[in-house]
Ligand binder design. Structure first.
Ligand code: CP
Ligand code: NVA
Length: 308
């Protein structure tokens, strides 16, 4: 599992702790001297396929491929034959004849597994219902930039035990961090992914904890993180979820439990007044736009690693 052998990026468990460190070092180098990499993807065509909405993922991948000298092709699932029932396995075998890699944002995680199994090109997960590993690459980069290290840092995630919670557990475990996921019991993270992250954490000296008390979870944290209560595809549950997550809002009281130097992160888009108050997300501990910028640098490093 060295960098040279990285084939797909679906959950981040494809990376060893050492490979993750190398990838983030490459991201920092690309961020500080982008012109060195301007031909790294020369003549490479990268398909970017969306079955859900996107602002950051769409733009950061498209701009990233362009800045590396490659050619991005943005596709919408609804406009393709998969939208009319063409099998995924046929689709990816055809795409493998035309393009050099596929980034996809979709619903069920089994979709990216199927694509990886049947295609001959690298598949990058740009968000599924279960994982959002590209976001966490950017998150780990800002943590490293802020604190000079990831290992030993405490990240508290308060909210839904969703794709973000899952990818933060895996990325945090690989980093030797303590990751506390704090959610109402009915919205706890997937126990299988919790276990998987705990197994990784045992190797790295990290720690993965599932909690239900937000104040306790935030106590002494270096990073406070949240995400929407209703993810894409859960729009009809929004009202019910708003009630279920009462008491799980990141507000000034929660930030006061954390370290004085703690930062606030959010993958975005955010709903001020729901999962986070405006004073926190727009306050001085919030680094959400530096975090969002890092999507570009981290994904360029990923593309160079997979295709360069
Ligand atoms: N954080 C993130 O993935 O944003 P988009 O949904 O805008 O791509
Ligand atoms: N959990 C959110 C993340 C958006 C980037 C969703 O899946 O909609």
């Amino acid at each position: 599992k060295t960098m040279q052998q990285l084939k797909h990026f679906l959950t981040m468990t494809e990376l060893t702790p050492e490979a993750l460190t190398e990838l983030l070092a490459l991201a920092k180098d690309i961020k500080h001297q982008p012109s060195v990499y301007q031909n790294a993807l020369s003549h490479k065509k990268v398909a970017l396929l969306f079955e859900k909405a996107s602002t950051r993922t769409r733009l950061s991948f498209e701009v990233g491929v362009v800045e590396l000298g490659g050619h991005p092709i943005v596709l919408s699932g609804a406009d393709m034959q998969i939208g009319r029932g063409e099998p995924l396995s046929d689709t990816i075998q055809v795409m493998s004849r035309y393009v050099d890699a596929l980034m996809i944002r979709t619903f069920g995680h089994e979709i990216v597994d199927t694509l990886a199994a049947h295609g001959t090109i690298p598949i990058i997960n740009g968000l599924t219902d279960l994982h959002h590993p590209c976001q966490v690459l950017a998150d780990l980069l800002i943590i490293e930039e802020t604190f000079g290290t990831r290992s030993g840092k405490i990240l508290t995630y308060i909210g839904d035990g969703n794709n973000m919670a899952h990818s933060l557990m895996i990325g945090g475990a690989l980093s030797g961090m303590e990751v506390r996921i704090c959610a109402p019991e009915a919205y706890a993270p997937d126990p299988q992914i919790v276990h998987e992250a705990q197994v990784i954490a045992k190797e790295t000296g990290g720690n993965i904890i599932v909690m239900t008390d937000p104040e306790e979870a935030a106590s002494g944290a270096d990073v406070v993180y949240t995400d929407v209560f209703a993810s894409m595809g859960q729009e009809e549950e929004a009202t019910m979820r708003l009630q279920a997550f009462e008491g799980y809002q990141v507000n000034a009281n929660i930030m006061n439990q954390a370290n004085d130097k703690a930062i606030f992160l959010h993958c975005l888009p955010a709903h001020r007044g729901e999962e986070v108050t405006a004073d926190v997300i727009d306050g001085k501990q919030s680094v959400i736009f530096d975090q969002a910028e890092n999507r570009l640098h981290a994904q360029k490093a990923l593309l160079v690693t997979l295709l360069g």
